[in-house]
Design a protein. Structure first.
Length: 68
């Protein structure tokens, strides 16, 4: 597959992943935040705000032609 095609497919995969991640994080936050202690709210937001990046490393490598 050509790099240009990989990048196009990767962009659509990225958008789909982010939409799913936002939906899950918002739903989970809506369920957990009312029952968590007040000190745990910032922890949840930090974790939810940073955790989306980790699964994207393999996708970015594939998009740039480095992985299969």
């Amino acid at each position: 597959m050509q790099t240009r095609t990989r990048k196009a497919v990767g962009c659509f995969a990225l958008l789909a992943y982010l939409a799913l991640y936002v939906a899950v994080a918002a739903t989970l936050g809506g369920v957990l935040l009312p029952i968590l202690p007040s000190w745990a709210s910032p922890v949840y937001f930090v974790v939810a705000g940073v955790a989306w990046v980790a699964p994207l490393k393999p996708l970015m490598g594939w998009m740039n032609g480095g992985g299969a």
